[in-house]
Design a protein around this ligand. Structure first.
Ligand SMILES: Cc1cc2nc3c(=O)[nH]c(=O)nc-3n(C[C@H](O)[C@H](O)[C@H](O)COP(=O)(O)O)c2cc1C
Length: 318
């Protein structure tokens, strides 16, 4: 069962939150194109900027809905990093409450009081997990839905096959479930649904869009790279994630001989700590970017996904 607010999607896709990269332009374009748009609250710096971002997103989407009653925008989501180093969490939650953010995506920690707070203003929560054990914990703590982060995802990726994680979660959970990791075509979106997921959760392909807040060189590197150019390492944040080989080389490191990282150094504080630099200079990406062959607008990328999705469905149903 998926909540009613997902009824108005053009495609069962959530544009996933991308540290530094997701900004109001990207989110608004995703929602107008008919997929859920999202951003990490921490991208709005300083904290006071979050209020301005939510104001703008809410007003722009309301105006769009007034002008296009037949094709209303998809809902948007804010990502909260639930980690003890995130000293902005309480303030960010209060700002989300003010704007009654429809969907809150939580990462790196499941908290009952946070789920209760979001439910208090009528929102829903989706929690991202890398295995079935964390999935059960998240639902026990009151999350409404899950995001299964499989192997090959950009950013902090899991190690499990998408089949393995979705199959296990679907044995006991029939609520909203998104699948994340290397999904980059409409056919792969349909495959995620065939497996049992309700949504595809897509990140890296949106880095190579005109709206994304990424350096032109980063966008071009997404276009030029393929799965074999993705390196899995815990050096940069203490948690294993996937990164573009070219950016590691540019930082003077040997991608094939990276030392182990340290979980204790993970820092999601409100300031511009050295870990932010890790994401600015060491570029995150999932393995699915081999099919991303150009930088284009979000509208064009979503239209392409919709076309591929329909073609895949027609192929399968004859
Ligand atoms: C550069 C980059 C930054 C990311 N930042 C975040 C983040 O701040 N919060 C979060 O929950 N996930 C983050 N992710 C993970 C994505 O939300 C999502 O799980 C992933 O991109 C999906 O895999 P894909 O990139 O292969 O589509 C990030 C991923 C990338 C590539």
């Amino acid at each position: 069962m998926t909540p009613k607010l997902f009824d108005r999607l053009a495609l069962p896709v959530i544009g996933s939150p991308l540290f530094i990269i997701s900004n109001p332009d990207l989110v608004i374009a995703q929602c107008k194109a008919g997929i859920v748009g999202s951003f990490p609250a921490l991208n709005a710096r300083p904290q006071g900027l979050l209020d301005e971002w939510l104001h703008r997103i809410t007003e722009d989407l309301a105006a769009h809905n007034r002008d296009h009653p037949d094709a209303p925008a998809a809902p948007f989501a804010v990502n909260q990093i639930v980690h003890k180093s995130n000293d902005r969490l309480e303030a960010d939650l209060a700002t989300c409450a003010k704007w009654q953010v429809p969907i809150v995506i939580t990462s790196l920690g499941a908290r009952e009081d946070l789920n209760t707070a979001v439910h208090g203003w009528g929102g829903i929560t989706l929690h991202d997990v890398i295995d079935d054990r964390f999935a059960r914990k998240a639902i026990e703590k009151g999350a409404d839905g899950l995001i299964a982060v499989a192997a090959g995802a950009g950013g902090h990726a899991g190690k499990l096959s998408p089949f393995a994680i979705v199959q296990e979660i679907r044995q006991w959970f029939d609520g909203p479930l998104a699948l994340s990791g290397s999904i980059a075509t409409g056919g792969a979106v349909l495959a995620a649904q065939a497996m049992g997921a309700d949504f595809a959760y897509i990140g890296s392909p949106f880095i190579a869009t005109t709206e994304a807040n990424a350096a032109p060189e980063y966008k071009q590197s997404i276009v030029a790279s393929r799965a074999a150019d993705i390196v899995y390492s815990n050096l940069f944040t203490g948690v294993h994630g996937n990164y573009l080989r070219a950016s590691i080389e540019a930082a003077g490191l040997d991608p094939d001989a990276l030392p182990e990282g340290d979980l204790k150094t993970m820092d999601f504080g409100g300031g511009n700590g050295s870990k932010a630099k890790a994401w600015r200079d060491i570029w995150g990406s999932g393995q699915g970017i081999g099919v991303v062959d150009r930088v284009e607008s979000v509208a064009d990328r979503v239209a392409r996904l919709v076309g591929e999705y329909r073609a895949a469905k027609a192929r399968l149903t004859g």
